[in-house]
Design a protein around this ligand. Structure first.
Ligand code: NI
Length: 204
């Protein structure tokens, strides 16, 4: 009697262990496999959509604006405390390092916070870089672009006042045909980033 009770208890315990293991496995699968991933097939058209945005010079910015030149595209916002200033500084270093080889390389900083980022404000924000072009627009058009680029952007209220926007921190690399070329991760090693950009720019 006692030993069969023990067996039952052991069976129950092992069942619980197995269920827990399945649970851990599921969390892993759901976070790594089932999360929407950017469409990352090299060379395929990327960021396509009918969004109508405006750059900080007042010129229209659409998907077609990317055609004809290699480009870096980054989504962020001017109130960003860390990721955006760091990435703009990194882009500036890349341009300096590449020198004349990067004369043809475009760079766009697209706002995920159009309520605060007017063309003038975003223009002032990126102005010191000399090369990065700020892009903003109506909320609905920005949302279309966020969706087209598979970008994550979520408003987070601050404790005191105001808000931040959590956002995708990768820089998208787009070839002159508008095809996906790759990404540069946030704070990626400078040599690695330069290598990717040189491949994007080609033997030229
Ligand atoms: Ni940011």
């Amino acid at each position: 009697m006692a030993s069969s009770t023990l067996r039952t208890a052991r069976t129950v315990l092992w069942t619980l262990v197995a269920v827990a293991a399945l649970g851990v496995g599921w969390v892993y699968v759901s976070q790594t496999v089932l999360q929407p991933q950017p469409r990352t097939i090299a060379g395929s058209a990327y960021g396509t959509g009918d969004y109508q945005l405006v750059d900080h010079n007042g010129e229209p910015f659409t998907y077609q604006s990317l055609l004809g030149r290699p480009a870096m595209v980054f989504f962020g916002f001017t109130h960003c405390p860390d990721v955006c200033p760091t990435t703009l500084a990194d882009m500036t270093v890349w341009y300096e390092r590449l020198g004349a080889d990067a004369d043809d390389l475009a760079a766009y900083f697209v706002s995920v916070d159009p309520e605060r980022d007017t063309p003038e404000i975003i223009g002032n924000y990126v102005g010191w870089t000399e090369r990065v072009v700020g892009v903003t627009g109506d909320r609905a058009e920005i949302d279309k672009a966020i969706s087209a680029w598979g970008v994550y952007a979520r408003r987070v209220e601050n404790d005191g006042d105001g808000y931040n926007v959590d956002h995708t921190a990768s820089v998208f690399l787009i070839d002159p045909q508008g095809g996906f070329f790759g990404t540069i991760a946030y704070m990626e090693n400078t040599e690695t980033a330069i290598g990717k950009l040189r491949r994007l720019l080609g033997p030229g």
